[in-house]
Design a protein around this ligand. Sequence first.
Ligand SMILES: [Mg+2]
Length: 134
Amino acid sequence: MTLDEYGPLALRTLNDLDDVKANLAHMALGITGEAGEVADVIKKHYAYGKPLDAHHLIEEVGDIMFYMNGLLDELGIEWGEVLALNIAKLEARYPHLRFNANHAINRDVNAEQKAMFAKALDNEDSILSTGALR
Ligand SMILES: [Mg+2]
Protein backbone atom coordinates (compact mmCIF):
# COMPACT_ATOMS: atom_id res chain seq x y z
CA MET A 1 0.00 0.00 0.00
CA THR A 2 1.28 3.47 -0.85
CA LEU A 3 0.86 6.54 1.35
CA ASP A 4 -1.55 8.02 -1.18
CA GLU A 5 -3.69 4.89 -0.94
CA TYR A 6 -3.41 4.81 2.86
CA GLY A 7 -4.41 8.44 3.44
CA PRO A 8 -8.12 8.35 2.55
CA LEU A 9 -8.58 4.89 4.04
CA ALA A 10 -7.21 6.01 7.40
CA LEU A 11 -9.25 9.22 7.37
CA ARG A 12 -12.45 7.15 7.39
CA THR A 13 -11.92 6.40 11.09
CA LEU A 14 -10.52 9.75 12.23
CA ASN A 15 -12.57 11.61 14.83
CA ASP A 16 -13.16 15.06 13.30
CA LEU A 17 -13.58 17.55 16.15
CA ASP A 18 -15.03 20.18 13.75
CA ASP A 19 -12.44 22.78 14.73
CA VAL A 20 -9.05 23.31 13.09
CA LYS A 21 -7.20 24.07 16.32
CA ALA A 22 -8.80 21.13 18.09
CA ASN A 23 -7.99 18.80 15.20
CA LEU A 24 -4.37 20.03 15.09
CA ALA A 25 -4.04 19.53 18.85
CA HIS A 26 -5.62 16.09 18.58
CA MET A 27 -3.14 15.05 15.87
CA ALA A 28 -0.11 16.51 17.67
CA LEU A 29 -1.06 14.81 20.93
CA GLY A 30 -1.72 11.59 19.06
CA ILE A 31 1.70 11.65 17.38
CA THR A 32 3.38 12.36 20.70
CA GLY A 33 1.46 9.67 22.54
CA GLU A 34 2.18 7.05 19.91
CA ALA A 35 5.86 8.07 19.80
CA GLY A 36 5.91 7.37 23.53
CA GLU A 37 4.54 3.91 22.83
CA VAL A 38 7.35 3.33 20.31
CA ALA A 39 9.86 4.48 22.92
CA ASP A 40 8.35 2.13 25.49
CA VAL A 41 8.78 -0.89 23.21
CA ILE A 42 12.41 0.05 22.61
CA LYS A 43 12.93 0.79 26.33
CA LYS A 44 11.76 -2.67 27.34
CA HIS A 45 14.17 -4.20 24.84
CA TYR A 46 17.11 -1.88 25.58
CA ALA A 47 16.86 -1.41 29.33
CA TYR A 48 15.02 -4.51 30.54
CA GLY A 49 16.54 -7.03 28.19
CA LYS A 50 13.22 -8.21 26.79
CA PRO A 51 13.19 -9.54 23.23
CA LEU A 52 12.28 -6.81 20.77
CA ASP A 53 8.53 -6.96 20.23
CA ALA A 54 8.64 -6.11 16.54
CA HIS A 55 4.91 -6.68 16.05
CA HIS A 56 4.12 -4.12 18.74
CA LEU A 57 6.75 -1.72 17.38
CA ILE A 58 5.32 -1.89 13.86
CA GLU A 59 1.79 -1.42 15.22
CA GLU A 60 2.86 1.77 16.99
CA VAL A 61 4.65 3.08 13.90
CA GLY A 62 1.36 2.62 12.06
CA ASP A 63 -0.42 4.52 14.80
CA ILE A 64 2.01 7.42 14.34
CA MET A 65 1.33 7.36 10.61
CA PHE A 66 -2.40 7.56 11.34
CA TYR A 67 -2.02 10.81 13.26
CA MET A 68 0.54 12.22 10.83
CA ASN A 69 -1.90 11.51 8.02
CA GLY A 70 -4.62 13.34 9.91
CA LEU A 71 -2.33 16.30 10.49
CA LEU A 72 -1.44 16.52 6.81
CA ASP A 73 -5.12 16.30 5.89
CA GLU A 74 -5.92 19.16 8.26
CA LEU A 75 -3.18 21.22 6.61
CA GLY A 76 -4.33 20.28 3.11
CA ILE A 77 -0.94 18.81 2.23
CA GLU A 78 -0.27 15.57 0.37
CA TRP A 79 2.23 13.00 1.58
CA GLY A 80 4.22 13.39 -1.64
CA GLU A 81 4.71 17.09 -1.01
CA VAL A 82 6.01 16.50 2.50
CA LEU A 83 8.34 13.76 1.38
CA ALA A 84 9.71 15.87 -1.48
CA LEU A 85 10.27 18.80 0.88
CA ASN A 86 12.12 16.58 3.32
CA ILE A 87 14.41 15.28 0.57
CA ALA A 88 15.04 18.88 -0.58
CA LYS A 89 16.04 19.78 2.98
CA LEU A 90 18.32 16.78 3.35
CA GLU A 91 19.99 17.49 0.00
CA ALA A 92 20.57 21.10 1.06
CA ARG A 93 21.99 19.97 4.41
CA TYR A 94 24.19 17.23 3.01
CA PRO A 95 25.47 18.40 -0.40
CA HIS A 96 27.45 15.14 -0.82
CA LEU A 97 24.23 13.22 -0.11
CA ARG A 98 25.54 11.32 2.87
CA PHE A 99 25.62 11.98 6.59
CA ASN A 100 28.28 14.38 7.80
CA ALA A 101 28.41 15.32 11.48
CA ASN A 102 29.79 18.77 10.71
CA HIS A 103 26.89 19.54 8.39
CA ALA A 104 24.41 18.09 10.89
CA ILE A 105 25.69 20.36 13.66
CA ASN A 106 26.43 23.51 11.63
CA ARG A 107 23.19 23.75 9.71
CA ASP A 108 22.28 26.60 7.37
CA VAL A 109 18.60 26.70 8.25
CA ASN A 110 17.90 29.56 5.82
CA ALA A 111 19.38 27.59 2.92
CA GLU A 112 17.37 24.54 3.94
CA GLN A 113 14.15 26.59 4.10
CA LYS A 114 14.89 28.12 0.70
CA ALA A 115 15.55 24.68 -0.81
CA MET A 116 12.27 23.43 0.63
CA PHE A 117 9.90 26.28 -0.09
CA ALA A 118 11.32 28.35 -2.97
CA LYS A 119 9.06 26.64 -5.53
CA ALA A 120 6.01 26.94 -3.28
CA LEU A 121 6.36 30.73 -3.10
CA ASP A 122 4.97 30.92 -6.66
CA ASN A 123 1.65 29.43 -5.52
CA GLU A 124 -0.11 31.90 -3.23
CA ASP A 125 -2.94 29.45 -2.60
CA SER A 126 -0.69 26.86 -1.00
CA ILE A 127 -0.01 26.67 2.71
CA LEU A 128 3.52 25.85 1.60
CA SER A 129 3.78 29.39 0.23
CA THR A 130 2.42 31.30 3.18
CA GLY A 131 3.28 28.88 5.94
CA ALA A 132 -0.02 29.73 7.59
CA LEU A 133 -3.49 28.29 7.66
CA ARG A 134 -6.14 30.50 6.06
MG1 LIG B 1 -0.65 2.89 19.74
